[in-house]
Design a protein around this ligand. Structure first.
Ligand code: UGA
Length: 468
């Protein structure tokens, strides 16, 4: 099949490359000429594991080309996937649909004949008929355009895998013809027995926002439990393990810590709430306000614990931050909890040194006030407190004994509950985490064991060395 993919960000670039990989003829379109040049050369403009191979394969096959021209898109195919961003509006909870509208307007002016426009971006329920009416007002007489919605559930870091082997395909269509076209697009996945849910556009649009709302609720639920654990001296990791054994609950998305960020979950729950209020059912999703509040509170709690560990104030202190991206295996720093914490601590007067395996370029652009280091040891040199804020696997490989020689004081906050606390404590570190008891609160024997493994206060005040 021939198709265009309009918008080549995290979603569109992967979709375009994967559609070409399964045998379609694809034209990827974006207004950003630099991005288009990079993609045409087989270079992903962002970090996404596995994308470079698929992209190289697809461009070399001749089945994937790129352009900045919507008129070329209109002439190239009669199926068009819309993958542009729908960020949060400035000063409002609602989604900003200007990019979607601009694509529709720009494409419509060039269309002749019959076309199917398939939205993949996350949009408020009701967008499909609104865009269909908008198109009808622009396209020339005799041109027939149908709009369908086909939400995307890919996760950054696993985007290629999620696109090629999705756990379900959802389409919202208004005609059997659109359904047939989409079944043909996804024929290899359907042959692999991937569940295919064909429904009306409103339901399809809602599947996406309710899926993200459910995931966000699950994370905030366990983070709320972490707060209770802190007050009660209980351990949220063991709690989550025990809850997860119940297959009705499951262990996934029950990782307590700094909470969710990124370009999707935070803005999607706000946009969903805003749309529900417009529909007069704001109360039905009122809990999403709590989900958001619990999530924001984890950032403040982390700053508070860091201030406490730094001796009550940040002025004159050096703080190391491990992790800048909103999650590992991505270079995306949009609404990153790690950077929000780093920036807040900097505002309170600390010198903040940040390391991240892939996100330094983006972080530097967004927060030039912070200092960036290429190695974890550089970020930790002379630090009064080390904050582990994004759970890259690299950080699990760090040697706490060697790192203790680099810092000024071996104090760690594991805000992702991902490091081996016992190992770090046995290596002389004072470790705090969200929802996990600190040694002072542990029962007698455990406290005694930990106390034995901790060095004296004098031993903890080692001078920094250049490398670890
Ligand atoms: C999310 C959804 O998982 C995808 O299904 C969806 O397609 C995508 O949004 C989207 O709307 O496009 P993504 O934003 O890539 O995907 O990231 P997630 O893996 O969902 O993680 C989101 C945030 O939650 C991260 O900051 C992560 O650190 C945090 N998280 C995740 C937790 O704090 N605890 C957990 O247990 C899981």
């Amino acid at each position: 099949m021939r198709m265009t993919v309009i918008g080549t960000g995290y979603l569109g670039a992967v979709h375009a490359a994967c559609m070409a990989d399964i045998g379609h003829e694809v034209l990827g379109v974006d207004i950003d000429g630099e991005k288009i040049r990079a993609l045409a050369e087989g270079r992903p403009p962002f970090f996404e594991p596995g994308l470079d191979e698929v992209l190289t394969r697809a461009t070399a096959s001749g089945r994937l080309r790129f352009s900045t021209s919507l008129s070329e898109a209109a002439a190239f195919a009669d199926v068009h996937f819309v993958c542009v961003g729908t960020p949060q509006q400035a000063g409002s909870d609602a989604a900003d649909l200007r990019c979607v509208d601009a694509v529709v307007d720009g494409l419509a002016a060039h269309l002749t004949g019959a076309h199917l426009l398939v939205g993949k971006s996350t949009v408020p329920v009701g967008t499909t008929p609104r865009l269909a009416a908008r198109l009808r007002g622009i396209v020339p007489a005799g041109c027939e355009v149908e709009v369908a919605w086909n939400p995307e559930f890919l996760r950054e870091g696993f985007a290629v895998e999620d696109t090629l082997r999705p756990d379900r395909i959802v389409v919202g269509v208004t005609s059997p013809r659109a359904d047939r076209v989409l079944r043909e697009v996804y024929a290899p996945m359907l042959a692999d027995r991937v569940p295919y849910v064909s429904t009306d556009p409103a339901t399809a649009e809602l599947v996406k926002v309710s899926a993200n709302s459910f995931l966000a609720t699950k994370i905030s639920f366990i983070n709320a439990m972490a707060e209770v654990c802190d007050a009660a001296g209980a351990d949220v990791v063991t709690l989550a393990d025990a809850l997860g054994h119940d297959t009705r609950i499951g262990r996934r998305f029950l990782h307590a810590g700094l909470g969710f960020g990124g370009g999707c979950l935070p803005k999607d729950i706000r946009a969903f709430s805003a749309r529900a209020r417009e529909l007069g059912v704001g109360e039905a999703v009122g809990f999403l306000g709590q989900v958001d509040a619990v999530n924001q509170r984890q950032r403040r709690r982390t700053v508070d614990i860091a201030r406490d560990l730094a001796g009550g104030e940040f002025t004159g202190r050096r703080i190391a931050v491990l992790g800048a991206t909103f999650k590992p295996n991505s270079d995306d720093i949009r609404d990153s909890p790690a950077l929000a914490v780093a920036a807040a601590i900097h505002r309170e007067g600390a010198e903040v040194r940040v390391h991240d395996p892939e996100g330094l370029h983006n972080a530097r652009l967004a927060h030039p006030e912070l200092r960036y280091e290429n190695e974890p040891s550089g970020a930790c040199a002379g630090a009064d407190v080390v904050l582990h804020l994004t759970e890259w696997s690299d950080y699990r490989e760090l040697d706490p004994v060697k790192l203790a020689r680099v810092v000024r004081t071996p104090r760690l906050i594991d805000a992702r509950n991902h490091l081996d606390m016992g190992l770090w404590r046995a290596s002389g570190w004072t470790v705090r985490a969200l929802g996990r008891p600190s040694p002072a609160l542990l029962p007698g024997p455990a406290r005694a064991g930990l106390a034995l493994s901790r060095p004296s206060a004098a031993g903890r005040q080692r001078p920094p060395t250049a490398r670890c």
